[in-house]
Design a protein around this ligand. Structure first.
Ligand SMILES: [Zn+2]
Length: 160
C-alpha cells in the first residue's frame, strides 16, 4: 500500500547502494535548460527518471539529494528537478538495474521520450527519462505498473 507523506519529513532510505526511480510531476509548460544536453520542453504530466546510487551513503544520500533543489546542478535530473515536483520514489537495494528499468519503462504504453540522452550519457539507453500523460483517474494503475519494474523491493514511497 502506498503511504502518504508530506514534504521533507525525515523519511529514511537505505544506506545501501542500489537503483531508484523518481516520479516527478510537472504542472505547466516550460523550457528548461538541461546543461550541455540542450533545452527540454516540459509539458504538464508525469515524468519518471531512473538512476543508480553506488556512492557514499547509497540510496539514502542520493534520494535526499533529489528531495532538495540543487543549487549547482550536477546530473541532468537536477535541472529538471528545479521545475518539477518529486512525488514518489521506488528503489531496489544492491542491484544495478537502471538500464533494465529504462527498457521496461520505455516499453510501457503511452511512454514517450521527452529528450534523447537524458541521464544516459554513459550508457547505450536512448534515455533514462520518460514522460506519461495519464489523466489522474488512471494514475493509480500507472503507479502499480511501475512497482512491477524488475526487482523492485518496495511499494512506491510517496513524498507528496
Ligand atoms: Zn542506461
Amino acid at each position: 500500500m502506498a503511504r502518504n507523506y508530506s514534504g521533507d519529513n525525515g523519511l529514511v532510505f537505505p544506506d545501501a547502494p542500489g537503483t531508484y526511480a523518481l516520479l516527478l510531476r510537472c504542472a505547466s509548460c516550460r523550457r528548461v535548460s538541461i546543461g550541455r544536453l540542450g533545452v527540454l520542453q516540459l509539458r504538464p504530466g508525469w515524468y519518471v527518471y531512473v538512476g543508480s546510487a553506488f556512492g557514499p551513503g547509497g540510496l539514502r544520500a542520493r534520494i535526499s539529494h533529489h528531495q532538495r533543489v540543487a543549487r549547482r546542478p550536477h546530473w541532468h535530473v537536477d535541472y529538471l528537478r528545479r521545475r518539477a515536483q518529486l512525488v514518489a520514489v521506488w528503489y531496489v537495494c544492491g542491484k544495478s538495474c537502471e538500464h533494465e528499468w529504462a527498457r521496461s519503462l520505455g516499453a510501457m504504453p503511452d511512454a514517450t521520450i521527452p529528450m534523447a540522452g537524458f541521464g544516459s550519457s554513459d550508457c547505450g539507453c536512448p534515455t533514462h527519462l520518460f514522460r506519461f500523460s495519464p489523466p489522474p483517474n488512471r494514475f493509480a494503475g500507472r503507479v502499480n505498473s511501475l512497482a512491477q519494474l524488475p526487482g523492485v523491493e518496495n511499494v512506491p514511497t510517496f513524498l507528496l
